[in-house]
Design a protein around this ligand. Structure first.
Ligand code: GDP
Ligand code: MN
Length: 389
């Protein structure tokens, strides 16, 4: 789960991590007022669920409140496209106004999960700023990593090693050690899957400051944090993904034109691969889960059809826990409700498959039934057409 930079900074502040003074604003007038309160010279930062804003014009340094107002008017409602947003970009609805700070040095610092060792690791680099991905590829020796033993926890010597590798000495080094220790405490308490500060800066006045902050929470731990759902900014999430979340469906929109409804994440992945293999392009990943009801299947179908790019639907279900007649009923009721005229191919097998087939055959839908996966994939690609992504 994502949150905005200003929310991440509120959390960091509560863990004793130094962050710039700032206010979040929902209107241009609020930006102007905040800029005045902060002394005029400030940074106006678009709040979207993606980084790379600096290069996309989403971070503006302004020297007085008029300039801040001007920047805010330009940014509010604008769609920012950054390397992290995808081609459609994200719309700016909130702006963080912060005091402008003079930067002497910029570092990269983060804590994230290393999936290979299944442990948290702290990553630091003296070459912070905006190009950390490129740095990781071109000069990996400039990136320092400390892996954390979950039983022992992060040790101060590990944090000190990282601080020294950033070239920090004396008071700044010790400040950085406590900052890293505090970040780790925050990670554990808040169940973060990513906590990233890029850049962490040494200011002109020689203080450490977290100039940017990004936090992702681990979705599997959301049940431990009743307060998280209200942090969500729904303007930043695809409406179809929001609906899917309400019905407990795993849905991810993709760029193709074949809507897919599959049970089980593994089968869903295999289905996407098969479609690609036969020249088709999936419009989404959708796992309806093991024990879906007729209502959930119907909802899943409506979500697929809610995507205007979808030109045909491929249903690939193995009826183990889920009965094939239930799937068929769900598909029929959803397709009739939304007057679906698109071609549908249903590949089903397993429990009560004959009953499911009979229901589909008797329905007025434009639907083709098959037991065979390859035949199903060839049919839907044949009907929708080849598409290169
Ligand atoms: P991102 O591009 O989405 O990661 O957004 P950041 O918050 O990291 O901002 C991008 C860049 O703007 C930073 O790397 C800084 O170089 C610069 N920046 C942000 N705030 C300030 C500030 O207060 N003073 C100065 N001089 N630069 C800033
Ligand atoms: Mn940044």
């Amino acid at each position: 789960m994502n949150i905005h930079e200003y929310q991440a900074k509120d959390i960091l502040r509560s863990y004793g991590v130094p962050v710039p003074r700032g206010r979040v604003a929902l209107t241009a007038d609020q930006v102007e007022r905040a800029a005045r309160e902060l002394g005029g010279k400030c940074v106006v930062k678009a709040q979207i669920y993606a980084g790379g804003r600096g290069k996309a014009g989403g971070v503006r340094l302004t020297s007085n409140q008029e300039e801040a107002l001007h920047a805010a008017k330009d940014l509010f409602g604008k769609t920012l496209v950054t390397p992290q947003t995808g081609p459609d970009g994200l719309i700016v609805r909130r702006i963080l106004v912060e005091e402008a700070v003079e930067i002497a040095r910029e570092f990269y610092l983060s804590i994230t999960l290393d999936r290979q060792s299944s442990r948290y690791c702290v990553i630091a680099s003296a070459e912070g700023g905006m190009e950390i991905e490129a740095l990781a590829e071109q000069s990996p020796e400039k990136i320092f990593i400390e892996t954390i033993d979950p039983y022992i926890g992060l040790r101060p010597y590990q944090a000190r090693k990282l601080a020294l590798s950033l070239g920090l000495k004396g008071r700044l080094c010790e400040e950085c050690v406590s900052l890293i220790m505090n970040l780790y405490r925050c990670c554990l308490d808040k169940d973060c899957s990513l906590l990233e500060i890029n850049p962490l800066v040494v200011t002109g006045a020689d203080w450490l400051l977290a100039m940017d902050a990004k936090i992702n929470f681990d979705d599997n731990a959301l049940f431990r944090h009743a307060e998280y759902p209200e942090l969500t900014d729904y303007s930043q999430i695809d409406p179809l993904e929001i609906t899917a979340g309400e019905f407990d469906l795993s849905y991810i929109k993709l760029k193709g034109n074949i809507g897919c409804m599959v049970n089980g994440a593994g089968l869903a992945m295999a289905t996407l691969d098969m479609l690609a293999e036969y020249g088709g392009a999936p419009a989404n990943f959708l796992d309806v889960g093991g024990g879906a009801t007729k209502e959930r299947v119907a909802e899943a179908f409506k979500i697929i059809l809610g995507d205007p790019e979808v030109k045909g639907v491929f249903v690939n279900i193995f009826g183990g826990i889920m009965r094939c007649d239930v799937i068929a009923e769900g598909v029929i009721s959803a397709a009739s409700e939304v007057d679906c005229t698109l071609p549908i191919v249903v590949r089903m097998d397993g429990t009560l498959v004959e009953e499911g087939k009979r229901l589909l055959d008797e329905s007025p839908l434009n639907v083709k039934f098959t037991h065979d996966l390859v035949e199903g994939v060839e049919s839907i690609v044949g009907m929708v057409g080849l598409m290169q992504l």
